[in-house]
Ligand binder design. Structure first.
Ligand code: ADP
Ligand code: MG
Length: 240
């Protein structure tokens, strides 16, 4: 847990995040370019051409994934802070998620335990980026279908947003490492999604924690501490 906190601290500056983006995107693009250059060579075998094309496309896809995880919606270094209706924000982010969910046979359930609007202070674009990264992980954890539940509520700690899936879940070690820069268990993962979520949430007074069981699913809990309310979470789960 401590290790994770140190990493989170290290990366908490959104500015630092922005600075590393160009580097991360340039790497796979450079690789793609290299393979394209090799294709210029005369008298290549058809099989070689196909291989170079596949590798070039892979590099471009990787660059694209990094952009999706980092800055699909938000400019990381610009800070906006305004009242946001959490349920409304979730509803407006949904269209970006539902096509991915449909592809994997994932049912999406929205729930609010409150009758009145659930308000947080933050940046709508950053919140949307967080929702995208978390729901994408949830859907990716359910390749054979399942249920994605997004729930909002008010508690003594503040406003809470829960993202739950019925997917593959995580082992203890995995849970400890999730959110460290470049930690991924996916063949085409970036390992940046949760790191981005953690640092963006921080600018909105939000903290994220996970509960997960292999083969049962993962529950992600975000608490937006309202200014005025205080106290630490007594949760026994991993907090990033
Ligand atoms: P990526 O999705 O590119 O792998 P992330 O930072 O979004 O990077 O996630 C890091 C890792 O955390 C994932 O590779 C996966 O092992 C684990 N993880 C995150 N969310 C979930 C989830 N909902 N269910 C299972 N594993 C998850
Ligand atoms: Mg991800």
């Amino acid at each position: 847990v401590k290790e994770k906190l140190i990493h989170a601290e290290k990366y908490h500056l959104i500015g630092q995040l922005a600075a590393s983006i160009s580097h991360e995107i340039r790497n796979p693009l450079t690789i793609s370019r290299g393979f394209m250059q090799m294709m210029r060579k005369p008298s290549l075998e058809e099989s070689e051409i196909q291989r170079y094309v596949a590798l070039s496309l892979e590099g471009i896809d990787q660059a694209n994934s990094i952009i999706t995880d980092y800055l699909n919606f938000a400019k990381p270094n610009i800070d906006v802070c305004e009242p946001l209706d959490l349920n409304q924000e979730i509803r407006s982010a949904l269209p970006f998620v539902s096509s991915l969910a449909a592809l994997s046979n994932v049912e999406i359930v929205l729930q609010s335990r409150e009758e009145t609007p659930v308000i947080i202070m933050g940046d709508s674009k950053k919140l949307r980026q967080c929702l995208l990264n978390l729901t994408k992980n949830a859907i990716e954890a359910m390749p054979d279908g399942g249920r994605l539940t997004i729930e909002t509520l008010k508690s003594h700690e503040g406003v809470e947003l829960h993202v739950k899936d019925t997917g593959i879940g995580m082992f203890k070690d995995q849970l400890k490492s999730a959110g460290l820069p470049f930690y991924t268990t996916k063949e085409k993962g970036t390992g940046l999604g949760l790191m981005v979520v953690t640092s963006m949430l921080k600018t909105m007074n939000g903290r994220i924690s996970f509960d997960s069981k292999p083969n049962q699913g993962t529950q992600c809990r975000i608490v937006f501490r309202q200014t005025g309310s205080s106290g630490k979470s007594a949760s026994s789960s991993i907090t990033m």
